[in-house]
Design a protein around this ligand. Structure first.
Ligand code: NAD
Length: 480
C-alpha cells in the first residue's frame, strides 16, 4: 500500500514519484511505501495553506472549536483502528496505543477546541495619559510542524491542534519512520469538515522534505520535536530568516529515589518510567539515582520486577514491551549496551536481543539495567532512547542534586520522597523544565511543557502553545 501526501484536502502522490520503504518493526517486513516529498511538494502544500489562511484566520472561534471537537470525536470513534495502525507502524504494544497514544491525540484536539474559546489578551490603561493599550493576538500565517517517531499521532496532533485553533494554516511532516497515523488523520480532517488547505501533510525524509519546510522563506514559524542535533540544525537555518521556533529535544532524565519515599508506589512507577514504549519516551527516567541506604534492596526488587516484563509481539494484548522502532535504532541502542564493559559498568539485567516466536526478524530487546559508577560515563551522559536504564547510588541530598544536574540535557526529573523541604529544594534547584514528585508522566495539558539546556527552547501546552502560534500586537489609543 502507498501512503500519500494530504494537500489542499486531497490525497496526492509525490511529484517526483520518490518513495521510502516503510517497515513493520514487529517482523522486519516492508508493508507500505511513504512519499519522499521534494521541495515542489512542500511548495504545493505551502500554496494551499497560504490560500486557506485569509478565510481560516477570520473564522469564528466557535467554528474552529466545533471542527476541532469533531476531529477529537472521530479519533475516539476509530480508536481500535488507529491503535492497531500505530502499533504496526511503530512497534509499540497495542495496549499502550489504545490507552495512551490515541486517546491523547483526541485530547489534544479537544483541549484546544476548548482552550481557544478561553484564550484572552491583556489591556493596560495608561492612567493619567488618557490612553488605553490592548493586545491583539494574531495568527502567524503558514507554520511548519515536524514531529518524531516515538509517539507518532500523539506528538503530531500536539502541534497541529494549537496551530490551527489559533487560526494558522499548517504544513506538517510526521517522521518518515512512522507516517501511517498522520496519513489516516487527513481523512478524519476531511470528515470533520476542516476546510481544505488548513492542514497539509507532506511525508518524507528529514533531509529532503523536512529541510524544504525549514528553508521555506514564507513559513514563519517551526514547531519541532525530535533529536537535539536536528534541533540545533533547525535553529541555524531558521535564525537568519527570523523564524519563530519551538524546539522540544532530547533528555537524560534523572529519577531520584530517597529512602523515605513510598517504596511500593515508587517501584511500580519506576518500572513504567524506565520501560514504557520500550524506553522510547523523551520523559523516561533513564538515570536512576538511589540513596545508598536502600540501594541494594532497590537493585534486587527492581531487577525482579523487570524480569516479569514480557517482551512480545506488540499486537498481543499482554506484551509489556513491543519492538524497537527500526533496525538501525535497535543496533544503536545495542551498541550502548555493548559499551558497558569499556565504561566500567555492569549489566544487572537484560542486555540481549529477544527472538519472538513467529516474528523472528522483529526488533526486540530485553529491558536492560546497567549499574554505573561514574556519572560522566557515556551511558549516563548520552541519550540512548531505548529500554536501558542505569543505576547509581548517592549519599546526600547535595550529591543527588549534583548528579541530577550533571548532564547537558534538562527536560524532566523525578523525585521520590515524603520530605517537604527536600521536595521544595529539589524543585527549585533541578535544572529541568518539568519536575515530577512522587509520580511520573502525570500530564495536565494546561501546564507548560518543555526543557532547558540542550533539551530545547520554548514551551508547548496550554496557552503557551497558543502564544507561540500567535503574534502579539500592541494597540495604543489616546482619547480626549
Ligand atoms: P529526529 O530529530 O531524527 O527527527 C525528528 C523529525 O525531524 C522527523 O520528522 C525527521 O524527519 C525530521 N528531520 C530530520 N532532519 C531534519 C532536517 N534537516 N530538517 C527538518 N526536519 C528534519 O528525531 P527522532 O529520531 O525522530 O526522535 C527521537 C528524538 O526525539 C529523541 O532525541 C527524543 O528525546 C526526542 N523527543 C523529544 C520530545 C520532547 O518533547 N522533548 C518528545 C519526543 C521525542
Amino acid at each position: 500500500m502507498k501512503i500519500q501526501n494530504y494537500i489542499n484536502g486531497k490525497f496526492v502522490n509525490p511529484i517526483q514519484d520518490n518513495w521510502i520503504d516503510n517497515y513493520n518493526p514487529s517482523n522486519g517486513k516492508i508493508y507500505s511505501q511513504t512519499p519522499n516529498s521534494s521541495k515542489d511538494d512542500v511548495e504545493n502544500a505551502y500554496q494551499a495553506a497560504a490560500k486557506a489562511f485569509p478565510k481560516w484566520s477570520n473564522s469564528s472561534l466557535e467554528e474552529r472549536s466545533k471542527i476541532l471537537s469533531k476531529i477529537a470525536e472521530l479519533i475516539l470513534e476509530k480508536i481500535d483502528f488507529l491503535a492497531a495502525a500505530e502499533s504496526k507502524d511503530n512497534g509499540k504494544p497495542i495496549s499502550l496505543a489504545k490507552q495512551v497514544d490515541i486517546p491523547r491525540a483526541a485530547s489534544n484536539f479537544q483541549f484546544y477546541a476548548n482552550a481557544i474559546t478561553q484564550f484572552s489578551t491583556e489591556s493596560h490603561e495608561s492612567v493619567g495619559l488618557n490612553a488605553i493599550n490592548f493586545t491583539l493576538r494574531q495568527p502567524i500565517g503558514v507554520v511548519g510542524c515536524i514531529s518524531p517517531w516515538n509517539l507518532p499521532l500523539y506528538l503530531f496532533t500536539w502541534k497541529i491542534a494549537p496551530a490551527i485553533a489559533a487560526g494558522n494554516c499548517v504544513v506538517a511532516k510526521p517522521s518518515e519512520v512512522t507516517p501511517m497515523t498522520a496519513f489516516l488523520l487527513g481523512e478524519i480532517c476531511n470528515e470533520a469538515g476542516l476546510p481544505k488547505g488548513v492542514l497539509n501533510i507532506v511525508h518524507g525524509l528529514g533531509t529532503t522534505t523536512g529541510q524544504a519546510i525549514i528553508e521555506h522563506t514564507k513559513i514563519k514559524a517551526i514547531s519541532f520535536t525530535g533529536g537535539t542535533k536536528t534541533g540545533a540544525h533547525i535553529a541555524k537555518i531558521a535564525a537568519p530568516m527570523f523564524k519563530k521556533i519551538s524546539l522540544e529535544l532530547g533528555g537524560k532524565n534523572p529519577n531520584i529515589i530517597f529512602a523515605d519515599c513510598d517504596y511500593n508506589k515508587m517501584l511500580a512507577t519506576t518500572v513504567r518510567a524506565s520501560f514504557a514504549n520500550q524506553g522510547q519516551i523523551c520523559l523516561c527516567g533513564s538515570r536512576i539515582l538511589v540513596e545508598e541506604k536502600i540501594y541494594e534492596k532497590f537493585k534486587t526488587d527492581f531487577s525482579k520486577k523487570v524480569a516479569e516484563l514480557k517482551v512480545g509481539n506488540p499486537l498481543d494484548e499482554d506484551s509489556n514491551l513491543g519492538a524497537l522502532v527500526s533496525k538501525e535504532h535497535l543496533e544503536k541502542v545495542k551498541s550502548y549496551i555493548d559499551s558497558a564493559e569499556k565504561e566500567d559498568a555492569k549489566i544487572i539485567f537484560g542486555g540481549k536481543k529477544v527472538v519472538v516466536k513467529g516474528a523472528e526478524n522483529g526488533y526486540y530487546l530485553q529491558p536492560t539495567i546497567i549499574e554505573v559508577t561514574d556519572n560522566k560515563c557515556k551511558l549516563n551522559q548520552e541519550e540512548i532512547f531505548g529500554p536501558v536504564v542505569t543505576l547509581i547510588s548517592f549519599k546526600t541530598d547535595k550529591e543527588a542534586l549534583t548528579l541530577a544536574n550533571d548532564t547537558k540535557y534538562g527536560l524532566a526529573a523525578m523525585i521520590w520522597t515524603n520530605n517537604l523541604n527536600r521536595t521544595m529544594q529539589f524543585s527549585k534547584q533541578l535544572q529541568t523544565g518539568i519536575v515530577w514528585v512522587n509520580t511520573w508522566l502525570l500530564r495536565d495539558l494546561r501546564t507548560p511543557f518543555g526543557g532547558i539546556k540542550n533539551s530545547g527552547v520554548g514551551r508547548e501546552g496550554g496557552f503557551e502553545a497558543l502564544r507561540f502560534f500567535t503574534e502579539p500586537k500592541n494597540v495604543c489609543i489616546v482619547y480626549e
